[in-house]
Design a protein around this ligand. Structure first.
Ligand code: AMP
Ligand code: MG
Length: 517
């Protein structure tokens, strides 16, 4: 039922060592490894859209044969299981070899429409890249990855996808607060799906070891299969052109994260996709009250390196590390610099487009820019829900329409007048730009397509997790169903669009997350 054709294995060198123990793997990009079987796998959620892309019927996804394959207990014909080698800069420091420590690829399939996808189990047991960790994943982080991959896709943002969420029936020990209190938690496995899981770190690792021929092979592989239009260029121009394209895709992704208030939380270079996809959903979070300095990741609470407002700058820094790796291929430094500069120029264009749509401007103007800056300054000075504020903006008639975007009644009282002045300026620009009723309808539609009503608020995901821990896994699919239509009004589902309730303000999982997963 799945047609496997595993190019990564066929085209790139693999590890001759077939034993599954932690080690440094040199001269190779992958190691064969079998998933470790689990006790009692149960499919608790799946994505109907991903199943359909892969050509799987509902009955096939739910079949015992498939659930066994999606939990690592059996292989399907054509599957070849392996883990890949990559390195990375973590929190700004070179960390050496990392690799798929708890992700095992099942191979690459050719879908019915001829697109290709890799399937990868996250949490399927140890691999040669697990270092001292167990290769497993807990239910709470797996629910979060499953839901957010799909929520991002439905928001129209490039991302890895999730086919399935399996509860394993095994317990996994985790010290969630890093306070010496490890406890057993239910284990789970997500089957992730993407055209490729290649990360910046896959290029950095061979570069760091002087394995230039190996690095060149991976660049060639990536370009041939994922950027084939660049093969028409003369050989000496290709790599810089390709790097420039990675910079452009990454810039577009950053503008999209900023648009919806997504904070990745761990933007290390090993968590950056070469295809410009959102990848590795760990302690990510969604902005409730607008705060550029907010990070969901408790490990990053001190430095706030990966805070919401810093994401574009960090992406650029990460691209610089990719450029350093490519510079070992004797590419002119100027060419790499010119390519890297595409990040800034692309981001500048994209973020203006994003803001023009969010605010409903016909095009970007200096006057519009001042109104945008003033809006963000006001929003940053009080606790105002970003998603509600923007969704209201399309049809607001008076400043009172923003009252429920405020988290604190006291702030509404003190800030209301400033907002009223701002809203006056905003409304007059909008009225000049879009004078006719037709213009207004077009503006409202454009704004509603840029400002989601529903995002995967941290507390919503946590409620689905709490219910699953009590044995009720139905909330996961219920939440997924809401997130499948984030820009629609969805009458009857208003409660999923409400701002973070007060009980969630300081609750673990709702306002902050540890990396323990
Ligand atoms: P992350 O920052 O969570 O994406 O992970 C960084 C590195 O740690 C990657 O190489 C992961 O494969 C590895 N890793 C994270 N958690 C585990 C685990 N439970 N077992 C093995 N490796 C892990
Ligand atoms: Mg990672």
């Amino acid at each position: 039922m799945l047609n496997f054709n595993n190019r990564f294995l066929q085209s790139l060198p693999g590890d001759a060592n077939l034993h599954n123990h932690s080690r440094q793997v040199q001269g190779a990009f992958w190691s064969r490894v079998d998933p470790t079987p689990v006790a009692a796998p149960r499919l608790i959620a799946h994505s109907p859209e991903v199943a359909s892309v892969l050509g799987l019927s509902e009955a096939e996804v739910k079949s015992a044969e498939m659930v066994n394959a999606l939990s690592g207990n059996a292989t399907l014909p054509g599957m070849e299981t392996y883990a890949t080698a990559y390195g990375g800069h973590q929190f700004g420091n070179w960390a050496g070899q990392l690799g798929d420590g708890r992700a095992i690829l099942l191979g690459e399939i050719i879908a019915p429409n001829n697109d290709r996808y890799e399937l990868q189990l996250k949490g399927a047991g140890p691999t040669p890249y697990s270092r001292r960790a167990d290769g497993r994943a807990v239910l709470r982080s797996s629910i979060r990855e499953f839901l957010c991959s799909e929520a991002m896709h439905h928001l129209g943002i490039p991302t890895t996808r999730a086919l399935s969420l399996v509860q394993t029936g095994d317990a996994v020990e985790r010290d969630m607060f890093y306070d010496g209190n490890a406890a057993p938690e239910p284990g789970a496995i997500v089957c992730r799906v993407a055209p490729s899981f290649i990360r910046f770190g896959h290029f950095e690792l061979p570069a760091s070891r002087g394995e230039t021929a190996l690095l060149r092979q991976l660049v060639g592989f990536t370009m041939t299969h994922y950027f084939p239009h660049l093969l028409a260029l003369p050989e000496n121009e290709r790599i810089a052109a390709w790097y420039g394209e990675v910079c452009e895709r990454t810039a577009k992704l950053m503008a999209e994260w900023m648009r919806v208030g997504f904070v990745h939380g761990v933007m290390n270079t090993d968590n950056m996709s070469i295809l410009g996809l959102t990848i590795d959903y760990g302690p990510y979070g969604w902005i409730d009250n607008f705060d550029p300095g907010w990070t969901p990741n408790t490990t990053d609470a001190g430095g706030k390196r990966y805070a919401y407002g810093r994401q574009p700058g960090v992406a650029q820094w990460n691209l610089g590390r990719l450029g350093d790796a490519l510079s070992t291929l004797e590419i002119a430094a100027d060419d790499l610099q010119t390519a890297l500069a595409k990040f800034e120029s692309t981001y500048a264009v994209e973020i203006k487009r994003v803001f023009a749509n969010k605010f409903g401007f016909k095009a970007w103007s200096d006057q519009g820019g001042e109104i945008v800056d003033a809006a963000f300054a006001l929003m940053g000075a009080s606790e105002i829900d970003m998603t509600i504020f923007f969704r209201r903006l399309a049809t607001a008639n008076s400043v009172n329409d923003f009252k429920d975007a405020f988290y604190l009644d006291g702030e509404w009282v003190t800030e209301r007048e400033k907002f009223a002045v701002w809203f006056g300026h905003y409304s007059s620009l909008i009225a000049t730009e879009s004078p006719t009723p037709n213009d207004q309808t077009e503006r409202i539609n454009r704004m509603n397509a840029a400002n989601p009503k529903f995002v995967l608020r941290n507390y919503l995901a946590q409620q689905a997790i709490d219910a699953a821990h009590e044995g009720d896994t139905s909330k996961i699919s219920e939440l997924l169903n809401v997130m499948r239509h984030p820009y629609d009004e969805q009458p009857g589902r208003e409660s999923f669009a409400e701002k973070r309730p007060d009980w969630a303000r300081h609750k673990a999982g709702c306002s902050m997350l540890s990396c323990s997963s």
